[in-house]
Design a binder for this molecule. Structure first.
Ligand code: SAH
Length: 510
């Protein structure tokens, strides 16, 4: 019997991924992704959403960039049926809502016919969210109480159009068109023929809800020529109706301080989120391009012995949040009482590390004024004599040896616990590297010397006007010694400090 034939019955979840902003995913969708053995996803799904799936889950790209079907629909249906039939938990992830022009209905029918259990997880449709992010409410009591959602791109196999665009154009209320940018000329001509007002306001919203959102405003009479002149291409939603004028008051998204700025995040995939969310809150178009990954130390037994003996030390020094995580993951495997750590005083190099320690309900006795090794060392040496005192330094494999050397020279006994290794991230499941190569960026952020080192190893093209943002002096030092110029440096060496520095940089530009 093959490994794939398990007792577990398979299931296929048809899940809406929302319109693009990774925050516009439902909690149910996230739960399904966390359970997935396989994720089959479309072109319009934000690839970052795939990070909710276990690393071991298989990811299958199903295409759908208009003509470029990576997998034809009937093959796709078979694929879903087969995978679920093998007992797998399959997530079929579709842009927006699976039942709004997403062929989710057809896929569900196939699953039903094949006797495969399925569930539907509705998503936030671009037809509603796209206008909302452009500051356009699709309904408004003073303007309309009717909403029509239609496609501008019918099944080409149908040959002749069955959609009466003339009628839709003269219908009351708001009209929202999906898949229609390429057909705008035909559709608006038909609407005008049907007697629609050429002065009817129209908005086109492209890559809605993402950092690359673009909006074009016009009237029914000129929107097609405006779109052509602007080279406005898919994917976009088109909104027809008086509500479009409300954008003048309600355009909240495009006015945010970092709107339209492409910002690259180079930290590990698991840590990127904390920075990305803050950048996105300011409107940035974030590209998570992890350059490093955290792995177990080579000598995990040696690390374990030091963790086990933690109570013997006068001081335990943590030099990174990852170190805190690695230390306590192991500590709580060995002990189930936090008091087993003994009476050691605890030092943290910076606030991110200190916060991690506080999460374990332990107080931090020393946090240096400047979040660098030199400052930490200096402040410990100022505290009291450390002659023959025992120190445990929890650090990555490749850290500078400022602290260990300085303490030893002052007569302390220092044990170094190598808690983890920083290695190059070689996987690129979200296509971040290709996106960086194709589109470049406005800002690239570096949050440690190892992100700098591993980014440079990737030998990616750096354009002249790419701004380099660094979390603090040590990272800036690594950048400068690689011959790079630092354009933006955080005053406070932590994530909020880095984001504040980027925001200020653009605010000063005006
Ligand atoms: N099920 C999807 C629609 C799929 S049809 C939903 O509910 O949103 C594909 C069309 O959706 C695209 O041609 C475009 O018109 C629209 N679309 C999807 N995501 C979009 C986005 N982020 N910005 C603008 N239009 C989008």
């Amino acid at each position: 019997m093959s490994e794939q034939h398990t007792e577990k019955p398979g299931i296929c979840y048809l899940v809406g991924a929302g319109p693009g902003d990774p925050g516009l995913l439902t909690l149910r969708a996230k739960q399904c992704l966390e359970m997935a053995d396989v994720v089959v996803y479309d072109y319009l799904c934000n690839a970052e959403i795939l990070n909710h799936a276990p690393e071991s889950a298989e990811r299958i790209y199903a295409g759908k960039k208009a003509a470029d079907h990576a997998i034809a629909q009937d093959q796709l249906n078979d694929l879903l049926v087969n995978l679920s039939g093998q007992g797998k938990t399959v997530v079929r992830l579709k842009g927006g809502d699976p039942f709004v022009f997403g062929r989710g209905g057809e896929e569900a029918q196939e699953l039903h016919n094949a006797g495969v259990p399925f569930e539907i997880v509705p998503g936030i449709s671009s037809s509603i969210a796209g206008p909302a992010y452009a500051g356009i409410p699709v309904t408004h009591r003073d303007h309309c109480s009717q909403l029509t959602i239609f496609t501008g791109h019918e099944n080409p196999a149908k040959g002749k159009s069955v959609i009466d665009y003339a009628k839709i154009g003269s219908a009351a209320g708001t009209k929202v068109m999906l898949m229609g940018v390429g057909q705008l000329e035909n559709v608006s001509a038909k609407m005008l023929e049907g007697g629609a007002d050429p002065g009817m306001p129209v908005a086109l919203v492209r890559w809605a809800t993402t950092g690359s959102q673009q909006t074009l405003i016009g009237k029914l009479g000129d929107i097609s020529s405006r779109a052509q002149r602007a080279g406005f291409s898919a994917p976009a939603v088109a909104v027809f109706g008086g509500v479009v004028d409300l954008r003048e008051e309600l355009n909240w998204f495009e006015g945010r301080p970092l709107f339209g700025k492409k910002v690259v995040v180079t930290r590990t995939r698991s840590q990127a989120g904390a920075l990305s969310v803050r950048l996105r809150n300011l409107g940035a178009d974030v590209n998570e391009l992890p350059t490093i990954r955290i792995e177990q130390p080579e000598d995990i037994k040696g690390f374990g012995r030091l963790v086990q003996d933690a109570h013997k030390y006068a001081w335990i020094i943590f030099t990174s949040p990852n170190g805190v995580d690695a230390f306590f993951d192991l500590f709580f495997k060995l002990y189930n009482d936090v008091r087993s750590i003994g009476g050691a005083r605890i030092a943290a190099i910076g606030p991110g590390t200190a916060n991690k320690i506080k999460e374990k309900h332990l107080a931090v006795d020393l946090l240096p004024d400047e979040y660098v090794a030199e400052s930490l060392l200096k402040q410990i040496l100022e505290e009291e004599s450390i002659q023959n005192e025992m120190f445990l330094l929890v650090r990555p494999n490749d850290a500078r040896d400022v602290i260990a050397r300085g303490l030893s020279e002052a007569g302390a006994i220092v044990d170094e616990a190598i808690a983890y290794r920083t290695v190059a991230e070689i996987g690129d499941p979200t296509g971040a590297v290709a996106r960086f190569e194709a589109d470049g960026a406005d800002v690239i952020t570096f949050t440690s010397s190892s992100t700098v080192e591993h980014f440079l190893d990737m030998e990616l093209p750096l354009s002249e006007n790419l701004l380099i943002a660094s979390i603090g002096p040590v990272t800036s030092g690594a950048l400068r010694s690689a011959g790079l110029e630092v354009d933006i440096e955080a005053i406070e060496s932590n994530i909020p400090g880095l984001v504040a520095a980027i925001e200020q940089y653009f605010a000063e530009l005006g």
